[in-house]
Design a binder for this molecule. Structure first.
Ligand code: FES
Length: 322
């Protein structure tokens, strides 16, 4: 099978180091992977072409790169299935500096993983014998422990693209691996210190739920779902006094009581009514909305049949919880 690889290349030692595109024609087996094709380029055409790979079995995570615009493992993608008119576009992962061709610098990735203290931290008295964890708890964790640290989720995280300080999907999923572990935290398995740390700016509340990390994760870890579970844990642990928590509560209250979003009050309720400096930062947006006729109504009326929306809340939360 003939394949055209359109590869983004970069040589830091070139006289004018700029990234550029180069096409390679290669012949591979019909069931060959994108990685097979890339290795063929390196072996037969250009020995300077740089990429990382090791296991070729979707285990080590080292061959992650962007294929046709989305991150994934080159060794997991069959070339025939991702070709578009005979062409496969390959780029280095995003949100990490390129070292050479498809090789990126993982320092930022590992710094964030280390920032969440990726090891069990037991608080309180030591158990007399071994730590006991139920089968159910361990089975629940098996989804998130499937992470192979390939960086695909970080590559395509749309928040990290604009805010590199965001802990990101890989580190937050790793944090959940510990907050959901009954051996972490106090004798009831509550990891209060961790959760408090993760509620700070750049943590769990900065995810915008774009779903990219869920779509590209080659192991089904679904990092965004873990971030949402972290938020639930934080709220249950009593961390309500954060912008993210207030935003969620204001959003939900508004829908529950009127059937639609009260956009006018959402910002002050999220930031805090007395947070004058933060509120002042939104003044230009409010003025723009006003001058363009986009200001939400001051009196927020219920929609017709708002009780139908309330019924959804009843169904999800149970009327006794409200
Ligand atoms: S080479 Fe190990 S995951 Fe692809």
């Amino acid at each position: 099978m003939d394949v055209t690889l359109r590869v983004q290349r970069f040589d830091p030692e070139a006289a004018d180091p700029k990234s550029y595109w180069e096409d390679f024609q290669v012949a591979i087996e019909d069931n060959g992977t994108v990685l097979d094709a890339l290795i063929k380029v390196r072996e037969d055409t250009d020995g300077t072409f740089s990429l990382r790979c090791s296991c070729r079995s979707s285990i080590c995570g080292s061959c992650a790169m962007r294929i046709n615009g989305h991150a994934g493992l080159a060794c997991k993608m069959q070339a025939s299935k991702v070709m578009e008119d005979g062409v496969i576009t390959v780029e280095p992962m995003g949100n990490m500096p390129v070292i050479k061709d498809l090789v990126v610098d993982f320092d930022l990735f590992w710094d964030k993983i280390m920032a969440v203290e990726p090891y069990l931290k037991h608080e309180g008295p030591e158990p007399e014998a071994e730590y006991i964890a139920s089968n159910e708890a361990m089975l629940h964790l098996s989804g998130v422990t499937a992470c192979i640290m390939c960086g695909a989720c970080v590559s395509d995280c749309t928040v990290m693209e604009v805010d590199p300080s965001f802990l990101g999907p890989a580190a937050l999923a790793k944090a959940y691996r510990f907050t959901a572990d009954p051996r972490d935290g106090d004798e009831n398995g509550l990891s209060k210190d961790r959760l408090e740390e993760l509620t700070k700016p750049s943590g769990m509340w900065d995810c915008t739920r774009c779903l990219e990390c869920v779509a590209v994760c080659p192991k089904g870890v679904a990092p965004m779902d873990r971030i949402m579970a972290l938020r639930d844990q934080a709220m249950e642990a009593g961390f309500h006094d954060t912008i993210g928590a207030r935003h969620t509560e204001a959003f939900s209250d508004s829908l529950e009581h009127s059937g639609w979003l009260d956009e006018l009050r959402l910002v002050p309720k999220s930031l805090g009514m007395t947070n004058i400096s933060a509120l002042a930062g939104y003044a230009p947006i409010a003025i723009q909305a006003l001058t363009h006729g986009k200001m939400p109504p001051i009196i927020h009326k219920k929609i017709e049949k708002a009780e139908n929306v309330r019924k959804i809340f009843d169904k999800v939360q149970g009327p006794e919880q409200r």
